[in-house]
Ligand binder design. Structure first.
Ligand code: NAD
Ligand code: TDX
Length: 336
């Protein structure tokens, strides 16, 4: 099996590439091509454990480059599409790259897939497309009510991807996962930002009253779910992926403080995110029942192991400038 992984130098895409090329690979891969623009969020070091594998080819390029994408999609069995601008706060400051990469980039990939009669196009999406959920959990047939420009760009790309299935019969599968945590995440999202700041003895910026709720899943469990969808999922279907671990940001912050040996005095309550969704919650019954997927990691051990990774890998994140070379841990964009 030959797989093109877009965004494979990022947090989740690199975990997926490491899984495919690792000793417990769930897929019989003969070639993995990573296409990544190496934006501030991408880092080739994330692929270091598999860099020597002859099956891996790294291509530094942009999914919006139609000519490049055309040559790379040719001959693949599957495209697993992670490449995206992924940070909500940045989309509030400037949405242009989000529309360019997440919407237009996806359409360019889909057109190439169509031209080359690609086997399967797996579009990796997010629970944020359902918007804030007051009670219960979002099922795959629930309406899309995205709030942030990031979520709206992902919802747009989901719809375009599914349209290529309905219109052209392309084998498109869409997954919508909850918040991921684990090693190699750029230190702008809550868990790596708070962990790295606490490890440096600094304060952490908690938005609003910290009452917002997210469902957390270990990144390796997300990647195993994607393999299950790739092998046993059905064309044209959407699969929610969730950890069933809902936590308020306040409770999650307490866990991180405990792990890092800090107290509540390290928390600064700061101005809330604009349009801050109160709660995300996905119903993952479909992937559990149809594909037999279930998470292996629990937050109890997974969170401490994640913080331990950041403790051991200072070099990795201390050399991670954000856009314009700014230190991403110095300020959470859009809040202060
Ligand atoms: P990330 O920001 O860590 O990585 C994104 C990668 O895409 C980076 O390596 C970046 O260099 C690359 N990229 C960006 N623009 C590109 C372009 N124009 N061309 C080629 N490469 C480009 O993101 P992530 O957290 O790994 O998320 C991966 C995917 O999973 C995204 O589509 C995101 O929407 C989705 N997702 C993320 C989460 C989460 O909790 N992080 C949850 C559900 C879904
Ligand atoms: O400094 C912060 N303080 C804070 O209170 C940051 C960065 C975040 N928060 C809050 C906002 C959210 O309620 O923590 C929660 C998590 O925030 P993020 O880590 O930015 O994640 P979120 O906005 O939930 O989106 C994430 O999950 C879904 C990913 O960034 C998306 O790519 C994915 O689609």
């Amino acid at each position: 099996m030959r797989v093109l992984v877009t965004g494979g130098a990022g947090f989740i895409g690199s975990c997926f590439a490491r899984l495919l090329l690792g000793p417990d690979s769930p897929l019989p891969v003969t070639a993995v091509t990573v296409l990544d623009a190496l934006t501030y969020a991408g880092n080739r070091e994330n692929l270091a454990p598999v860099a020597a594998d002859a099956r891996l080819t790294f291509v530094h390029g942009d999914i919006r480059d139609a000519a490049l994408v055309d040559t790379l999609v040719a001959g693949q069995d599957a495209v697993v599409h992670f490449a995206a601008e992924s940070h909500v706060d940045r989309s509030i400051l400037d949405a242009s790259a989000f529309v360019g990469t997440n919407v237009v980039g996806t359409q360019i990939l889909l057109d190439a897939a169509l031209r080359h009669g690609l086997g399967t196009f797996l579009h990796v999406s997010t629970d944020e497309v359902y918007g804030s959920v007051e009670k219960g959990s979002s099922r795959e047939d629930h309406p899309l009510l995205p709030t942030s420009p990031y979520a709206a760009s992902k919802a747009s790309s989901d719809l375009i991807a599914l349209a290529y299935h309905r219109t052209h019969g392309l084998d498109v599968r869409v997954t919508r996962c909850s918040n991921n945590y684990g090693p190699h995440q750029f230190p702008e999202k809550l868990i790596p930002l708070f962990a790295t700041r606490l490890l440096d003895g600094r304060t952490v910026p908690l938005y609003g009253d910290g009452g917002n709720v997210r469902d957390w899943l270990h990144v390796e469990d997300h990647c195993r779910a994607l393999c299950a969808v790739l092998t046993d999922g059905r064309p044209g279907e959407i699969y929610n992926i969730g950890g069933g671990t809902e936590l308020s940001n306040r409770d999650l912050t307490r866990l991180l403080l405990d792990i890092c040996g800090a107290g509540w005095e390290s928390v600064e309550l700061v101005t809330d995110r604009k349009g801050h969704d109160l709660r995300y919650s996905v119903d993952s019954g479909k992937i559990r029942d149809e594909l037999g997927w279930t998470p292996r990691n629990t937050m109890d051990t997974g969170l401490a192991a994640t913080v331990a990774w950041y403790r051991r890998n200072r070099d990795h994140w201390q050399r991670s400038p954000g856009p314009d070379g700014a230190d991403p841990t110095a300020d959470a964009p859009g809040t202060r």
